[in-house]
Ligand binder design. Sequence first.
Ligand code: C5P
Length: 301
Amino acid sequence: MTAGVVAEAPAKVNLRLRILAREASGYHGLESLFAAISLADTVEVREGAPGIRLAVGGGVDTGPPDDNLVVRAARRFHRALGTAPALDVALTKRIPSAAGLGGGSSDAAATLRALNALHGEPFGRAGLLRMAAELGSDVPFFLCGSTLALGWGRGERLLALPPLPSRPVLVAHPGIAMPTGDAFRRVAERRGAEGAPEAFAFGLDRLGGWSGVSSLAENDFEEVAFERVPVLAAAKEAMRAAGAEISLLAGSGASLFGVFPSTEARDQAGARVGALGLATWTAQTLESEPPLRVDPSRGIG
Ligand code: C5P
């Protein structure tokens, strides 16, 4: 009998994303407020023949399997464990790729969690977080234990926060990719001598409720993204008109999300944004990390 563990890999949105100064490494510092949402991929890991076989379903293009963060996460985990992998991995994609929603990063985090369970929890959270930071800047958030966190550095330094009550969310995508490096370059060019904003220039008490968080909602990539893809600005306005408390670009784009006071307002926004030609997904913010499921048909004990 082959053991299997299933992990949900939720998408993230940045309720706030400020780009700080460029550091010696060439990377920019970030100030980010991450929130996990219910739009999720599924990762299933199962013991198999030697090697790592990845099967991708769900109709979202994820590129070559060898570059997939799921495979890189599995390799990294087994290097830490000191054993050769013998795995079958099934990834069901629902989160659009390269959309600013952290899909690949979340898949990697879910892989680490699932493999840790499959092997009897050899690593604590700190060990998994170290592996996560090596895999990518957005990966640690999905292992921080909360669905809301303040991030800095490249986004890998985290303060887990008490989650806020779940709110309906709309995600919209214009079907255009926006390369991250390009977006950083454009923002830096535009700023010129004006320079980067001051970090964390707000009271942390504003993170304790949706009204405070709404007042902090900002994304420094918006201006350049809206200039390149003007329909995003129209979609943001449509979400606002339907009652969104927050409506922002997700990460460096190109998707957009809204947080709504009710499902009625969210669905009204969905109709308006759909009429502009964007693909839409409904979701909600998460109040807790999705639990791992042991696949009973495969009898793991
Ligand atoms: O993280 P990733 O390799 O996808 O980033 C692509 C490019 O975006 C980097 O090479 C860098 O130019 C820019 N970047 C940055 N600051 C960050 C993250 C990315 O300047 N925090």
